[in-house]
Ligand binder design. Structure first.
Ligand code: UDP
Ligand code: MG
Length: 343
């Protein structure tokens, strides 16, 4: 019996990726060609590029590709919102039309040959398929060890991250609909998706070098991503500070009694060193504690406001012919004019 072929959309967030985009489009189109030929996916499958407020020619390249490549379509975000939200924007858009989506980085560091395995697993009935890196030799030693340490810590804290899995995964429409119900602003997809449940599996691959260009995740962004992931999922750090405070309070009680005893016995000496040390240690710990609490309060602050996570400037991804129509940020579908490509 001929099974209905699923419409697959590959979602690619792009931030200043002009150097790799041409190659990426060509390679991914090739993958779709093959999968369609083998009747694994529908011929109307798409490549959805999300321009995350790039400052270079990224959008122009996407728009141009859109007009001559039947697979390519694009969404231009109003400003840079970061990889996670850009990806979410793409997934939320794709969910409306696709049976399943695959998310992948624009630099194609993740092996595209396993897209076929993703599709096969989907056919077998899996809702979420995680791409898991087998080796990370192409990453710097620093990135590799910090990332792996991070996965370990997160798992110890009870956050169910899939070890060595980034954002390369297939999700069925069902899984995406569930994902869309998570309304948090502090988005850490890697942590949320395992919470969905459903039928999941893993596919293994080797991570490669970036095709071209530089990483868009400098240390500062990586650190904030890591802290974000931790604090949006676990209250363990804040609890640790509370316990630390309790222990220190107990010790200070002992030390206080000791000091008082010494005074009563008339043996008060300068004690400058110990005083200085304790003032500094306690001061440091207090600041750390306050900072940590602030971290959580700022999360609450952001969640409570419930601001929209991203704004779409131009949307070429409609169910109408993407070569002729696009959707404005007010949701109207309009005819494409030549001038639009210039934006
Ligand atoms: N990216 C994005 N917005 C940003 C930063 C990055 O959409 O603010 C995209 C980027 O274009 C790429 C993906 O996120 O497709 C991952 O970035 P990168 O490859 O630089 O990260 P790394 O692989 O070094 O962790
Ligand atoms: Mg990369």
């Amino acid at each position: 019996m001929q099974q209905k072929m699923p419409l697959l959309t590959i979602v690619v967030p792009c931030y200043n990726e002009e150097e790799v985009l041409g190659d990426t489009i060509a390679q991914l189109s090739g993958v779709l060609d093959n999968l369609i030929e083998d009747h694994l996916i529908a011929p109307t499958s798409k490549l959805l590029f999300v321009d995350d407020g790039s400052k270079d020619q990224t959008w122009r390249l996407i728009a141009r590709a859109c007009s001559h490549n039947k697979y390519v379509t694009g969404v231009k975000l109003a400003k840079n919102v970061g990889h996670q939200l850009a990806l979410l924007a793409g997934l939320e858009r794709a969910q409306t039309i696709s049976d399943c989506t695959i998310s992948i980085d624009a630099d194609l560091q993740d092996d595209i040959s396993v897209i076929r395995d993703f599709a096969l697993k989907y056919q077998e009935g899996y809702d979420i398929v995680y791409g898991v890196r087998q080796n990370r030799e192409t990453d710097t030693l620093f990135k590799r060890s910090t990332a792996q340490g991070y996965y370990r810590i997160m798992n110890k804290l009870g956050i169910p991250l899939v070890y060595n899995h980034a954002d390369y995964r297939l999700m069925s429409k069902r899984a995406l609909l569930e994902l869309c119900r998570y309304r948090e602003t502090n988005l850490f997809l890697r942590g949320i998706i395992p919470l969905i449940g459903l039928k999941t599996t893993e596919v293994y691959y080797d991570r490669k070098e970036r095709l071209a260009g530089e990483t868009k995740y400098p240390l500062k962004k990586m650190l904030s991503f890591a802290i974000n992931g931790l604090t949006s999922f676990s209250i363990a750090p804040i609890r640790f500070v509370t316990y630390l405070g309790l222990v220190i309070f107990f010790i200070s009680g002992l030390a206080g009694s000791y000091a008082l005893l010494q005074k009563l016995m008339g043996a008060t000496d300068a004690g400058w060193t110990s005083l200085m040390i304790s003032i500094w240690t306690i001061g440091g710990l207090q600041l750390m504690g306050i900072g940590l609490i602030g971290e959580y309060i700022s999360r609450i602050f952001l969640e409570v406001k419930g601001r929209p996570k991203y704004a779409i400037d131009i949307d070429l991804y409609t169910d109408k012919d993407p070569l002729k129509y696009f959707r404005t940020n007010r949701g109207e579908v309009m005819k494409v004019k030549k001038v639009q490509w210039k934006r």
